[in-house]
Design a protein around this ligand. Structure first.
Ligand code: UD1
Ligand code: MG
Length: 428
């Protein structure tokens, strides 16, 4: 059963009014990645054949952001008449499919792959038509409540606005994540109505339809509330971001052997890679996709932006910003520097206050600095420009664009002029 085929439906059409945003909620970022990307990654972790994303509000923006991903299909829900109506839009995409269907919420990014795998295992071992991911909450306010019969069997889910008084006490709530047997789900969708407090097609109403029809409905409880939290407003966005980043840092510290002295002030996004015995000092920002080698020293107060790749034993120190910057092994920029669109060879030393002026007001340009070059304090390298191997710049030198500094040469001044060849070099 474990290798039953799986398709995933992701609900992402809602208006997300509480975000008070012009952007669709699922494109807001958690630890550097759009919320929907986390959910699509959950689907991939389950080996989904396809993710069917239900879009509506600002749907074109959502589609555009993910159209290059494989195994993804977008279906528009217009108007949005509730979660059941959202899943109805996937009927065509699911027609004839004989496997499992997982329904995930586009705004619940933190469920761990392990949880979904265990839930799926239960779905199969129980031979259930529907497995609901639930959690126990001391304050169940706002959630759909799981109603069981005298034998403890799940019978229905009652929405907050439809509760009758004694149901208020139920602490077991619906997280909005489900697994279905596709062949059981599809005919049931046709039976949904809107006779409820919100006059919506509730997906939750498939539960009584299935249970009353003699099908097994079970609940898989997740006791970690962090995993199943949904993002409805900016405060929850910040909370989810913090949880995601704490997980990333835990992984780096515990699994990868990275020292992070003060996680509370360190901001590391998803998809950053850091090598063993690298030390990260407080107030450092490491953005998504950054790669850092082994035994590097990062921060305090460093900002490593996307496209930064450091070799081993590199240093990016206090108030240094990097972007699209490749550092060879042993390259160092210890203090107060901007290194953008630049390649540093091995053991390059960037003096304090040095800047790569990569932008001429219209276009970004590339800078190359050869192995063992020594860039004096306060140097400005105006891109595009190359500084040769073993070359050196004096303090406050400005190297104009296109005026490459040859190997083994010392330049000084504004604009840079050759002072002499370096002693011991072939040219001296
Ligand atoms: C839903 C569940 C509730 C559960 C809660 C968990 C129903 C009826 N209720 O309630 O039992 O406790 O989630 O958070 O399902 N969406 C669409 N199209 C629509 C409506 C919603 O795509 O027409 C999407 C939303 O964008 C969102 C998800 O479905 O991603 C959930 O919708 P939401 O309105 O937040 O449902 P809740 O009322 O919170
Ligand atoms: Mg909700």
């Amino acid at each position: 059963m474990a290798d039953r085929a799986l398709k995933v439906v992701i609900l992402a059409a809602g208006k997300s009014t509480r975000m008070k945003s012009d952007a669709p909620k699922v494109l807001h970022k958690v630890a550097g990645l759009p919320v929907l990307q986390w959910v699509l990654d959950q689907a991939d972790s389950l080996g989904a054949l396809e993710s069917i994303v239900i879009i509506g509000h600002e749907g074109d923006r959502v589609r555009k952001a993910f159209e290059n991903r494989s195994n993804i299909r977008f279906v528009t829900q217009e108007p949005q008449l509730g979660t059941g109506h959202a899943v109805m839009q996937a009927k065509e995409a699911l027609a004839g499919f004989k496997g499992d269907v997982a329904i995930l919420c586009g705004d619940v990014p933190l469920i761990r792959p392990k949880t979904l795998q265990l839930m799926r295992h239960m779905h199969h071992s129980e031979e259930a038509a529907c497995t609901i991911l639930t959690t126990l909450r001391d304050d169940p306010q706002g959630y759909g409540r799981i109603v069981r019969d005298g034998l403890g069997r799940v019978r229905r889910i009652v929405e907050q606005k439809d509760l009758i008084s004694q149901q208020e006490q139920i602490r077991e709530v619906n997280t909005g994540t489900y697994l279905f047997d596709c062949e059981k789900l599809l005919p049931t969708l046709d039976k949904l109505g809107t006779d409820n407090a919100q006059s919506e097609y509730y997906l939750t109403d498939v539960v009584p339809q299935l249970a009353d029809g003699g099908n097994k409905v079970v609940a898989f409880a997740c006791d970690d509330h962090d995993e199943v939290m949904g993002i409805n407003n900016r405060k929850q966005l910040a909370t989810a971001d913090g949880i995601a980043r704490a997980r990333i840092m835990d992984e780096l510290m515990i699994e990868q052997g990275v020292t992070i002295y003060e996680p509370a002030t360190t901001y590391i996004e998803a998809g950053a890679r850091v090598g063993r015995d690298t030390v990260i000092y407080p107030h450092t920002v490491i953005r998504t996709g950054v790669e850092i080698g082994q035994r590097c020293s990062i921060g305090p107060f460093a900002h490593l932006r996307p496209g930064t790749r450091l070799g081993n034993e590199c240093k990016v120190g206090a108030f240094v910003e990097t972007k699209n910057a490749a550092y060879g092994d042993g390259a160092k920029s210890g203090h107060l520097a901007y290194m953008g669109d630049v390649t540093l060879g091995k053991n390059v030393n960037i003096g304090a206050g040095s800047i790569v002026a990569n932008y001429d007001g219209e276009t970004k340009h590339q800078t190359e600095i050869g192995d063992n070059a020594f860039i004096g304090c306060g140097t400005v390298l105006v891109a595009p420009v190359k500084v040769g191997k073993n070359a050196q710049t004096g303090a406050n030198t400005v190297v104009p664009h296109g005026k490459d500094v040859p190997d083994d040469t010392i330049v000084v001044g504004v604009p840079a002029k050759e002072l002499r060849k370096k002693p011991g070099s072939n040219h001296a």
